[in-house]
Design a binder for this molecule. Sequence first.
Ligand SMILES: *Cc1c(COP(=O)(O)O)cnc(C)c1O
Length: 216
Amino acid sequence: MLLTDLLREIKEIEQKYGRTPGSVRLLAVSKTQPAEKIYPFLNYGHRLFGENRVQEAASKWPALRANFSNIELHLIGPLQTNKISQALDLFDVIETLDRPNLLTAIAQKWSPKSRTKEFYIQVNTGEEPQKAGVQPSKFEELYTLATQSYQLPITGLMCIPPVSEDPTPHFTLLTHIAENYGIPNISMGMSHDFPAAIACGSTLIRLGTRIFGEKV
Ligand SMILES: *Cc1c(COP(=O)(O)O)cnc(C)c1O
């Protein structure tokens, strides 16, 4: 099984950079993959998956959850306010909180009984105008709104560095923000840059291509 090799590689990278063994979890990004492609990983025992679209997740995961227990599903793509109720029923973790009006709308619908138990804030570390995520300079305001005004369980941060830049300064920035605010989970690192993310303190790497091959 391909996952055996990948999990061993992750262990070796943890060790190389002095990370605590087992401190980096692997999120298998199954977007665009049909259920048949996901089954082998569930049968192998993997339980942590990510999807970037609410609609697509709704069409695949209820059936998969009916057959396998303890699945942990993360939303890693943008969330529109009209999909919030559906997202709160589908995802254990929503990683893409990034703007005040989204927080306000979530706060109206979320309760501790929702399937979603944890939220991450997405940070636009590269300050790219077209990209989702809160600007680093606006982080404090958004974090305060989420945790103080709305009492949402913010347990992590997420970033996607600009494609054409060295990702290390972006990973370092995200880790610094997490440390400053005492936020335990740091979602960063994709197929092409996960070793650097692990070196910088990632606790959750999000791999699609490396696990499932090129997108179908
Ligand atoms: C698709 C996607 C990934 C996985 O990307 P790969 O390069 O295929 O590993 C990770 N994070 C997000 C937010 C994605 O949309």
